[in-house]
Write a protein that binds this ligand. Structure first.
Ligand code: PDD
Length: 287
């Protein structure tokens, strides 16, 4: 008899819940996105949807009606009724017996959670420590794939060093991004960050940092940055949906600035806090 064991339970294969045969579990064969709300309004909804569509397309999941996904997300958000929440969602290629290739008629699986975010974020006050870590991910980091083992390993290594984030560097010693965040340096009043490409995720927060820079008249430079250069920067900060802008005060053993979140970072943080409100100035008009 074909069977499966789930923890202690022995189950005939014919009775197994397909959730256990999700290709997301077997292969990380799926993509996800994370958006958030501020005071009851989802921020940058269309940006996240566009990136999700891109990820789906790039891994060849072609059967998704994105309009339906939009509706599901909004419906879940309304039902949860949490003012400051994180919305996580993923689509996997579907459930089937484990086999690397898949049948053309496989049906995708959708999963979503709406959870609380603490607001205001307590770690923003002090900023965070980060550490460097080899980037040993695959060559399509522009796809928001469920394959996050290298990211998870880097994050854990940071945690073991009492750091909030691992800053990944490639084989040339250049920083790509954080294990789960975009990375920025402030050098001579300019904001410097890695150019977009297959080596990093197209961060939504990064897009708004660029727009804010334009609006404030701060030069936004897209170029590679070594770990040593970053340690000598005037300020460092991270960008991620769940925390928006987060100052960095220590990189490995190097104290950044005067160990406090720097003034340019604060300016971006404050401006960001203004644009996430629906009534605020629409910076996207300036793209
Ligand atoms: N991570 N780079 C990586 C590798 C990320 O995982 C993330 C976000 C970012 C920032 O992207 P955005 O500004 O669009 O949130 C950059 C999410 C939040 C996560 O995996 O939970």
């Amino acid at each position: 008899m074909e069977l499966a064991i789930v923890q202690e339970r022995i189950i005939p294969l014919s009775e197994l819940d397909p959730v256990y045969l999700d290709r997301g579990i077997f292969f990380g064969d799926g993509v996800y996105d994370v958006m958030r709300s501020y005071s009851g309004h989802i921020f940058a909804f269309d940006d996240h949807i566009a990136r999700f569509e891109y990820s789906l397309r790039e891994i060849g999941i072609t059967t998704v009606d994105i309009g339906l996904i939009r509706e599901k997300i909004i419906d879940a958000f309304n039902r949860a009724s949490i003012d400051d929440c994180m919305i996580y969602f993923h689509i996997t290629r579907g459930s089937a017996m484990r086999s690397h290739d898949w049948d053309d008629d496989i049906e995708y699986n959708f999963f979503l959670t709406v959870t609380n975010l603490i607001s205001p974020d307590p770690i923003k006050k002090t900023g965070v420590a980060v550490c460097s870590h080899e980037d040993f991910r695959w060559k399509r980091c522009d796809i928001k794939s469920l394959n996050l083992l290298p990211n998870v390993m880097a994050k854990r290594s940071a945690h073991e060093k009492n750091c909030f984030e691992a800053i990944l560097f490639d084989s040339d010693g250049n920083i790509t991004e954080g294990s789960s965040s975009a990375f920025f340096a402030v050098i001579d009043g300019c904001v410097v960050t890695r150019p977009l490409g297959r080596e990093i995720l197209s961060s939504v927060t990064r897009k708004y940092v660029e727009l804010i820079a334009k609006d404030l008249g701060v030069t936004f430079i897209e170029r590679s940055l070594t770990v040593d250069e970053a340690k000598n920067a005037d300020e460092l900060f991270l960008g991620v949906t769940t925390r928006d802008i987060l100052g960095v005060v220590k990189f490995d053993s190097t104290v950044i600035g005067d160990a406090k979140v720097g003034p340019v970072t604060r300016l971006f943080e404050d401006t960001y806090a203004k644009i996430v409100r629906p009534t605020c100035k629409d910076l996207s008009a300036g793209i």
